[in-house]
Ligand binder design. Structure first.
Ligand code: UD1
Length: 416
């Protein structure tokens, strides 16, 4: 199993390009199920989750051809509206095929995702919404089995803000009869990117980016060319790494306007940040100050950046209070950070982080995608060697992170 070995202590310096957004690419790939015509995507990140999604769609009869920087997907016919447990268990986002399959084929059988390291993460809101749209849904041997000759538009009020839940229902509503209104919808930029792609395919959607999304159903969608938005979490991860190491970096191919809460926290920590039209430059000329934060749905601070900021706070001057409100078990990186010398106390969904002058390299274990990223940041600032085991988690969401951090001067290598 691959590991990362990092020799810490080098301030990151230089310029790299940010990848396309994983969490936009995955739902957009599923949108291909809604049309018989080709969807030509560019700026698709080269990630294990993307390859898994292409494989999952392939099992349904979708042709998925990799192109330079992207994929062309065509669901001329759907041979089998089935998502097997084998693939779904490796990637929760697989549940995003449910809405489009049901809308296009009138039936779908999708495995329940099963246990997840960062919490329960149920899909009850997806099921509740589709049921309100007229689907008959049963649970059979670990699978969601859904049927609906044609979904119908209704007014849906989500009990909580769910990103993939909003996306699933928005996609299903595109081919429903009549207008669907999703209230308390997720406002994440990735929801907007999916909506923009669907509109380019002929869907009639308004309100994406607000908490009320309205979708007027049409009888068919057509193909289109679409460029996936930049990854705001990858952007934030590189910026947090640069800040923690006292570095100076310039990121290109990104978008500062979707990172306000993260940039505000980095500025609070003492970083100087300049945002261009598609660039962000950061320099941190002093030891970072501790920053307290609370995760919440967009536009507040993202849960997917919590772990990386815990690593930054671990070496900052002062004490930070980090409150996680989205997932109930998302502090597993704290235990690994403690192995590197971090002073962190956890009580329920709150972590108190007392910054230390130095971390010391050690062998640590990645537990989930963003937890892995926090260990990389900690390794970059620690004295001596840090070895991170189980980095397959990292490969799910970061394209060749060791290559790109090396471009910024980090001493980091992948070892077998
Ligand atoms: C998406 C992101 C993930 C991010 C998360 C929160 C993708 C592919 N993944 O995950 O990176 O961390 O948003 O920003 O876009 N919930 C329910 N019932 C449901 C659905 C969700 O109770 O039917 C709960 C979850 O357990 C969680 C909260 O709602 O506590 C938010 O989850 P949700 O927004 O659905 O996360 P994902 O869409 O899975």
């Amino acid at each position: 199993m691959d590991k990362l070995r990092i020799r810490g202590g080098v301030p990151l310096s230089g310029e790299i390009r940010v990848s396309g957004a994983k969490n936009a690419a995955l739902p957009i790939m599923c949108a291909a199920l809604l049309s018989a015509e080709p969807l030509r995507l560019t700026n698709v990140p080269n990630l294990r989750d993307v390859a898994t999604m292409a494989k999952l769609l392939g099992q349904m009869g979708v042709s998925a051809n990799a192109t330079p920087g992207g994929y062309t997907l065509q669901a001329a016919q759907i041979s089998s509206p089935l998502a097997h447990y084998d693939l779904v268990r490796t990637m929760r986002a697989s549940v995003l095929v449910l809405g489009p399959l049901l809308a296009r084929c009138g039936e779908a059988k999708v495995s329940l995702p099963g246990g997840c390291a960062i919490g329960l993460r149920p899909v009850d809101q997806h099921v509740k919404g589709l049921t309100a749209m007229g689907a008959e849904i049963t649970m059979e041997q670990g699978y969601i089995v859904a049927r609906a000759p044609r979904l119908r538009g209704v007014r849906l009020v989500m009990d909580l803000v769910t990103v993939t839940g909003t996306e699933n229902l928005m996609m299903a509503a595109c081919l429903a009869e009549g207008t669907t209104v999703i209230e308390n919808a997720a406002r994440e930029p990735e929801v907007v990117d999916l909506a923009n792609c669907l509109v380019a395919m002929g869907a009639r959607i308004s309100g994406a980016g607000t908490d009320v999304i309205s979708v007027e159903g049409v009888s068919a969608l057509h193909g289109c060319d679409y460029t996936v938005m930049p990854d705001r979490i990858e952007t934030g991860t590189f910026l947090a790494a640069a800040a923690a190491t006292g570095g100076r970096v310039r990121l290109t191919g990104t978008d500062g306007s979707i990172l306000d809460s993260v940039l505000a926290k980095l500025r609070e920590s003492g970083a100087e940040i300049v945002v261009g039209s598609d660039t962000i430059s950061l320099s941190m000329m002093r030891r970072a100050r501790s920053v307290s934060l609370r995760t919440s749905p967009y536009p507040a601070f993202p849960t997917d950046m919590q772990a990386q900021f815990m690593a930054l706070d671990a070496v900052a001057g002062g004490t930070a209070v980090i409150t996680e409100t989205i997932f109930e078990n998302r502090f597993m990186h704290a235990i690994e950070l403690q192995r590197l010398g971090a002073e962190i106390e956890i009580s329920g969904n709150t972590a108190v982080v007392r910054g230390v002058e130095k971390l010391q390299g050690a062998t640590v274990m990645a537990t989930d995608l963003r937890a892995s990223a926090s260990l990389v940041i900690a390794g970059l600032v620690a004295d001596g060697d840090t070895v991170i085991d189980r980095i397959y988690h990292l490969d799910r969401g970061y394209d060749a992170i060791e290559v790109r951090l090396s471009q910024l001067g980090a001493r980091i290598e992948r070892v077998a």
